[in-house]
Design a protein. Structure first.
Length: 250
């Protein structure tokens, strides 16, 4: 009886140990189990929020997460008025790795400086900049007369990018009003006009003196100053004529 009792007790102990070991293993496995969230975005500068808390930036995040229901918000890090965002409610199970992908850039705005450049796809004109394109394009060509053409990969387009087209046409000449000749001629008008007026005043003064005194020298000086004033006024007229001519042909 005693031997049978001992065998029974031994069996019970062994059974209890199996239960304890099994429960411990399950616990250890549960503790080692990770619940993970992986979120991918097609936009390089994305902000990721989980339950209103910022959890990462870039185009991908990978974090451990508590099982349950969560609110996920992904949004472009941009001050543009049309910056895009997506809100999603997710339910994560224990030990699950939830891998999600979101597309913020369903279309693209192509801008150039100068604007109104041709946008070509496979040599076919599809519009002029600024132009918004849907997904599905790969490479496009920007072309404008007088400027170097530029090939753009759609995958490289970032919001707010303005593509600068290099000017390869003839350099614009200065207009006449920006040239040194205009400045010289304008200065000549001022100098000739002022000098001509000065000698005319001197001639008038000498003539008044001649009328009062009858001095012949005053009359000679009057004629001299009148001649100088007349020559300067003639030069002024010629200068002014050339100035008008250049303005008219500009």
């Amino acid at each position: 009886m005693t031997a049978e009792y001992l065998r029974l007790m031994k069996s019970l102990i062994n059974y209890f140990l199996v239960i304890v070991i099994s429960f411990s293993c399950v616990n250890l496995l549960a503790q080692d189990c990770e619940t993970k969230l992986i979120v991918n975005s097609d936009y390089q500068d994305t902000h990721f929020y989980l339950n209103d808390t910022l959890i990462g930036t870039g185009n991908k995040i990978e974090i451990q997460i508590e099982p349950g229901v969560h609110v996920l918000l992904i949004m472009e890090n941009s001050d543009r008025w049309d910056a895009k965002s997506i809100m999603d409610t997710i339910n994560v199970a224990r030990c699950q790795t939830l891998n999600l992908s979101y597309k913020l850039r369903s279309d693209f705005l192509i801008q150039s400086n100068p604007s109104n450049a041709e946008v070509l796809l496979n040599d076919t004109l599809i519009g002029y900049t600024p132009l918004r394109l849907k997904e599905g394009y790969r490479n496009i060509l920007l072309r404008k007369e007088g400027y170097e053409s530029q090939t753009i990969g759609i995958s490289d387009v970032l919001p707010g990018t303005v593509y600068e087209l290099d000017y390869i046409g003839m350099k614009d000449e200065k207009n006449f009003f920006q040239t040194d000749l205009f400045k010289i001629m304008l200065g000549g008008i001022v100098v000739l006009g002022g000098t001509s007026a000065y000698f005319k005043i001197k001639a008038d003064e000498k003539f008044e003196d001649y009328e009062i005194t009858g001095n012949g020298d005053s009359l000679k000086e009057t004629r001299k100053y009148d001649l100088i004033s007349g020559l300067l006024f003639g030069a002024l007229q010629i200068n002014f004529g050339f100035l008008i001519y250049h303005i008219l042909i500009e």
